[in-house]
Design a binder for this molecule. Sequence first.
Ligand SMILES: C[S@@+](CC[C@H](N)C(=O)[O-])C[C@H]1O[C@@H](n2cnc3c(N)ncnc32)[C@H](O)[C@@H]1O
Length: 315
Amino acid sequence: MVMTTELPYHVPVMREEVLALMNPQPGGIMLDCTLGGGGHAALLAERLVPGGKLIGLDQDPEALTEAGTTLASFGDAIILRQARFDSLSTVLDDLDIEAVDGILFDLGVSSYQLDTPDRGFSFKDPEAPLDMRMNPAGGGLTAADLLNTLTERELSTMIRENSDEHWAARIARFAAERRVETPYRTVGQLIETVHAAMPARARPEDKHAATRTFQALRIAVNDELTILGHALESAADRLAKGGTLIVLSYHSLEDRIVKQLFAHRSGHGPGDLIYGKPPPASVELLTRKPVEPAASEVAANPRARSARLRAVRKL
Ligand SMILES: C[S@@+](CC[C@H](N)C(=O)[O-])C[C@H]1O[C@@H](n2cnc3c(N)ncnc32)[C@H](O)[C@@H]1O
């Protein structure tokens, strides 16, 4: 695929905070569940050698190619697999690894995915296909498929629940009307629909009017929230004693899932409503409140601004 700019593949977010909490040591084994361009993975790998291993997963084959290049100098200290992160236990079983010293999730999409118009994640090219699948070769419905096949009510619920978009019902109504004449195919069609459904005065000043609708579709296409819950359960199970699990999330729906699971596993209240009566605490909370990036990092990399970091240590 062709990138439109010479931008770096992805700038790793909160690198100092991640390193301090993960504390990688020579001989350790760590799992990066969201390799992207391998930025965080390289930081960890540098400190795991000699003797250690960094296992990296990504469902996007283009990320694996990029990370393979970034991490090539680490040789067989690196093991990369194309996998969805809710299958992390299967990957570890296949490698005959019982437990790891650290697990990182840096959620969402990479800058490369956002900046590559033909993946359908960005607003930049109106003619780009409305795809949004992180693993396009893996089958499954595209964002255009969802817009063309869900009922108006399903569309409205999906947009509202996945993004808190106030105009969800109207956007869904306009989409259901418009697809009769011209089925959805491109990014531009969705942008036009959102603009038509949302009065000019209601459009946010600090971001594109379609930001929330795009987020909602991306979450639905990739089933992101369901997968995250399952993956975090497995991750907490596969941590070695003293090992650290870190999650960087970028919107409140993700952060809520992380917060609830960490609360449940550490024996602290709110997660119990979702996960039932807590078992004896198996992890210790390392972050009572989510850690935010420093202002200097946000100034240098505006895409870091919504990052929220939570971490636990296995007891
Ligand atoms: C924010 S980027 C990670 C960037 C990376 N930390 C770095 O430093 O370059 C998120 C990556 O996670 C991948 N991803 C998102 N959801 C996934 C899932 N359920 N399973 C596997 N990979 C996933 C995306 O394809 C993307 O490459």
